[in-house]
Design a protein around this ligand. Structure first.
Ligand SMILES: NC(=O)c1ccc[n+]([C@@H]2O[C@H](COP(=O)([O-])OP(=O)(O)OC[C@H]3O[C@@H](n4cnc5c(N)ncnc54)[C@H](OP(=O)(O)O)[C@@H]3O)[C@@H](O)[C@H]2O)c1
Length: 307
C-alpha cells in the first residue's frame, strides 16, 4: 500500500490540504495546484495525470465562488463541469480509482427531508449546474469512481463561513445571519479523514478495489442546523479563547440577504449509503466544530503561551 501512487488536485484548497495530510500513510502522495495544472485546459490535466501515473486520483479542485460563478459561467463550467470528465478519462485509461467531490447544491432544496443519492438533481444556481455537469461527465466515462457529495465545508484554514464569522465578530457589535437554510456544516478535516478511511479499505489486500461499490455517496457531518445556528455555536464556543463579546445575533430570512446566486433551503444529505457500504460515519457537526476550533486556537497562540 505504501507504494501506491496518489495524485491530489487542489493542494491548497480546504479539502485538498487536509487530504495531503490524511493520505500520507496510504501511499506516495503528489499534490498539485493551479497553475501547475490548469483545469480550464484539458491538455494540462492530461499531462499532469500522465506524468504522475497514479493508482488513485482525488479531485478536490473546483471553482467554489458560488456568487461569482453567476457572472463567470464559462470558467466555472470548464473547471467544475468539463475537467472532471477529462480526469475520469485519464483515470480509466490508467485503470486508476477516481475520488471526486460534489455538493448539496446539485439539489433545489425543496425536498422536506434529507436528500438521498438517487434523488433527482435540480440545481438553482450556476455553481450547482456546473458541479452536476461534472458528476454526470464522470458517470458517463465510467471506470472506477467515487463521487462524494458534501456540504457547508469549513476548516481552520482557507476561505469559509467559520473564519468569516470569527473576523466579523471582532469587528461588529451585531451580525444578521440567515436562519432558513438548513444543512450540515462539515469540516475539511472530517471529509479528508473519511476519504482516507474509505481508501484504506479499498487499497488493503482484501479490499477488492471498488467491486460494485462505484457511484455517488453523500458525506457530511451528522445533525443539522441553519447558518444562524452554526454562527451562534461557533461564536459562543470561541469567544473566550479570543476574548471577544459574542455580537448580537439577528436571525434573518434568505430574502433579507439577497445575493447573486440562489441557495437551496434544504441542504441536508442522508449519509446512510456511505455508512452501509463503507461503515464510515462522520461525527456530529458540533463535535467536529469543537475540534476545528481547538486546532485554530492552538495555531493562533504564540509558542510561549503553549504549555
Ligand atoms: N466549500 C464548500 O462549502 C463546499 C460545499 C460542498 C461541496 N464542496 C466541494 O468540495 C470540493 C473541495 O472544496 P473546497 O472548499 O476545498 O474548495 P477550495 O478551498 O475553494 O479549493 C479549491 C481548489 O481548486 C483550485 N482551483 C481553482 N481553479 C483552478 C483551476 N483553474 N485549475 C486548477 N485548480 C484550480 C483552487 O486553487 P486556487 O486557490 O489557486 O484558486 C483551490 O486549491 C470541491 O469539489 C467543492 O465543489 C465545497
Amino acid at each position: 500500500m505504501q507504494n501506491t501512487k496518489i495524485l491530489v488536485f487542489g493542494r491548497i484548497g480546504q479539502v485538498g490540504w487536509e487530504l495531503r495530510h490524511k493520505l500520507a500513510c496510504l501511499g506516495q502522495v503528489t499534490a498539485i495546484e493551479y497553475p501547475e495544472v490548469d483545469f480550464s485546459n484539458s491538455d494540462s490535466i492530461r499531462t499532469a495525470v500522465r506524468a504522475a501515473e497514479p493508482a488513485v486520483i482525488l479531485n478536490a479542485a473546483a471553482y467554489t465562488a458560488v456568487d461569482k460563478a453567476e457572472s463567470d459561467p464559462d470558467l466555472a463550467m470548464a473547471i467544475n463541469g468539463i475537467a472532471p470528465g477529462v480526469i475520469a478519462e485519464e483515470a480509466k485509461r490508467l485503470g486508476s480509482l477516481l475520488v471526486h467531490y460534489s455538493t448539496d447544491y446539485v439539489f433545489d432544496g425543496t425536498k422536506p427531508s434529507p436528500y438521498v443519492e438517487t434523488d433527482l438533481p435540480n440545481p438553482v444556481n450556476v455553481y450547482g449546474k456546473t458541479k452536476l455537469a461534472g458528476d454526470q461527465a464522470i458517470q458517463s466515462v465510467g471506470g472506477d469512481y467515487l463521487i462524494l457529495r458534501t456540504s457547508w465545508v469549513y476548516g481552520a484554514r482557507g476561505s469559509n463561513f467559520l473564519l468569516t464569522m470569527l473576523r466579523l465578530a471582532q469587528e461588529r457589535p451585531e451580525l444578521r445571519i440567515v436562519d432558513d437554510q438548513i444543512g450540515a456544516p462539515t469540516s475539511s478535516e472530517c471529509i479528508a479523514q473519511a476519504t482516507a478511511n474509505i481508501l484504506a479499505q479499498l487499497l488493503s489486500p482484501s479490499g477488492g478495489r471498488l467491486n460494485g461499490r462505484c457511484g455517488i455517496y453523500n458525506l457530511t457531518s451528522t445533525g443539522e442546523t441553519s447558518w444562524y445556528g452554526f454562527a451562534k455555536a461557533l461564536l459562543t464556543k470561541s469567544s473566550g479563547t479570543y476574548g471577544f463579546t459574542v455580537p448580537n445575533l439577528i436571525s434573518i430570512k434568505t430574502s433579507e440577504f439577497p445575493r447573486p446566486a440562489k441557495r437551496p433551503a434544504n441542504s441536508r444529505l442522508s449519509c446512510q449509503r456511505l455508512e452501509q457500504t463503507f461503515g464510515v460515519t462522520l461525527p456530529p457537526w458540533e463535535d467536529a466544530l469543537s475540534l476545528v476550533l481547538e486546532t485554530l486556537a492552538e495555531a493562533s497562540l504564540p509558542a510561549t503561551l503553549k504549555a
